[in-house]
Design a protein around this ligand. Structure first.
Ligand code: SAH
Length: 486
């Protein structure tokens, strides 16, 4: 059951901590930092807690726990109303007692945390990355606290120390920023410029006064009208890990994302939560109406001043009609950028263990599409049938028998290995290997579906020994790999 994340305001609110040892002391420390009015119930306190009690920063309720502590235990809320506390933290090493307190608190509808016991706890305390006033809380729902802690360490190293001061500064300027940029998209842009620009730089250098002056100046500068733009982004083949850092940034800054169907859910999941996602058109086929609609949408959103990401599977310039979209935008004066992506041929080859070129087997590689009969007819088959080169065939599942027939007719050996990669780089990836002679039959036998990329050439046999991702290749492994491995 997923937990509901929540940040509680505990200032002046009574919290009861049961237990007087080192674990309790650690919990008390966090609660005091949040401004809670802490009472520690225990027969005795350790030195640290005793010191806090002596300073009047916590109250000590001496003695053995009784359920009455949860009711009116004389706990005073910010000095005023006596009565129940808001939260209970149980930090004793007596399992029976822990259980008893948890049950009694549950009956009273008080949220309880039993330290290191997810089962007994009705609230969990997350691992925290503190860039106050910014806090990042991490929870594994009690499933793997160690993992949450490791993640916290990681985040500690990647999150700029200037984030805290930046958040504090932004908080003080919040009303002015809001007044200056009433429109949420523009405000977002302003905040995102804060992360990148002079203000955060100055904070990093420990010059808060100059940072503040820079922010003030930025808010006084005349407003430039929001200019819309389009970033043509290659989403890669499906594994979100194959997105570039630039793609990630574009996805995070986008107001609107127009994406192909081929773009996987994992990739879309890293986009900004409040960006508008629009699935457009087919996966790259020649659907002119769909393409016109895409053009119209690009124009509409960019002219409205939005940051548009046009997200395409693989690379936008490899069988992706990216060129046509740019021509359209250029003719209408819309600013654009292109972020390349990992194209299917590169990704499928890598994830199937097929080096596209190899000193012993292939000196060149060609990217071709065999999308329809027409596209097959326009290809230079004499050139394609040459030995010691690799063909990466896009959109080829339908015309495999024609492809085999042409290649054989132009002299490619029947024993030439192939690797057909379905859903490359995704969890569902399958690789079928065999020889050119068996190509359509093997593809049929294994019911290979789109998207699939076909690699033909001597190197394809290496999938048999170099594969590393997912299941080993289906179908026969041609000789070459065996020779090579030997
Ligand atoms: N611009 C894309 C290609 C679009 S054409 C790119 O650079 O990858 C669509 C074809 O790409 C599909 O029919 C298939 O042949 C190939 N393709 C795209 N993603 C793929 C994937 N994850 N696995 C296998 N083939 C893929």
């Amino acid at each position: 059951m997923p937990l509901y994340p929540l940040f509680a305001d505990l200032r002046q609110r009574a919290v009861l901590v049961i237990g007087g040892g080192a674990v309790a002391a650690r919990k008390v420390e966090g609660l005091l930092r949040a401004g809670a009015a802490v009472t520690v119930g225990a027969p005795a306190l350790d030195a640290g807690l005793a010191a806090l009690a002596a300073e009047g920063r916590i109250r000590h309720r001496a003695g053995r726990y009784v359920d009455e502590w949860l009711d009116d235990g004389g706990i005073r809320d910010g000095g005023s109303s006596a009565g129940r506390c808001w939260l209970v933290v149980v930090a004793t090493d007596d399992a029976t007692l822990n259980r008893r307190v948890a049950a009694a608190a549950e009956r009273r509808r008080m949220f309880t945390n039993v330290v290191d016991d997810a089962e007994l706890s009705s609230f969990h305390v997350p691992a925290v990355v503190d860039r106050a006033p910014l806090q990042i809380a991490i929870s594994s729902g009690g499933a793997a606290p160690m993992l949450a802690r490791l993640l916290r360490e990681r985040l500690e190293t990647v999150l700029d120390a200037a984030l805290g001061p930046l958040a504090a500064l932004a908080a003080r300027f919040r009303t002015r920023i809001r007044a200056r940029h009433p429109e949420p998209a523009a405000r977002r842009r302003f905040y995102s410029s804060l992360f990148a620009g002079a203000v955060v730089d100055l904070l990093r250098k420990g010059q808060p006064a100059l940072a503040e002056a820079a922010l003030d100046a930025a808010l006084r500068a005349p407003a430039a009208p929001a200019a819309g733009s389009v970033v043509l982004v290659g989403a890669g083949p499906g594994d979100p890990g194959l997105l570039t850092l630039k793609a990630l940034r574009a996805l995070n800054e986008a107001d609107v994302i127009l994406h192909d169907r081929l773009v996987g859910a994992g990739v879309l999941a890293v986009a900004r939560r409040d960006a508008t996602l629009v699935e457009v058109g087919k996966t790259g086929g020649a659907h002119s109406t769909a393409q016109d609609r895409i053009h119209a949408l690009l124009l509409e959103h960019a002219r409205a001043g939005r940051r548009v990401v046009r997200l395409k599977g693989g690379d936008p310039f490899v069988f992706g009609r990216g060129g046509e979209e740019l021509e359209f935008l250029r003719a209408r004066g819309i600013a654009y950028e292109v972020v390349p992506g990992i194209t299917a041929a590169l990704a499928c080859a890598a994830y199937a263990g097929v080096p596209l070129t190899h000193r012993d087997h292939a000196q060149s590689v060609r990217f071709v599409t065999a999308h329809c009969r027409d596209s097959l007819d326009t290809l230079d088959w004499n050139a394609l049938a040459q030995e010691r080169q690799t063909l990466a065939v896009y959109m080829g599942v339908a015309g495999l028998d024609t492809l085999r027939e042409r290649l054989l007719a132009h002299g490619r050996a029947a024993a030439t290995p192939f690797a057909l990669v379905e859903n490359g780089s995704r969890e569902s990836q399958r690789v079928v290997t065999g020889t050119l002679e068996q190509l359509p039959e093997l593809a049929n036998a294994h019911r290979v579906c789109t998207p699939a990329l076909l690699i033909i050439g001597e190197v394809a046999a290496l999938a048999g020994c170099l594969h590393w991702y997912g299941a080993p290749p289906l179908g026969g492994v041609p000789d070459l790999s065996l020779r090579h491995a030997a």
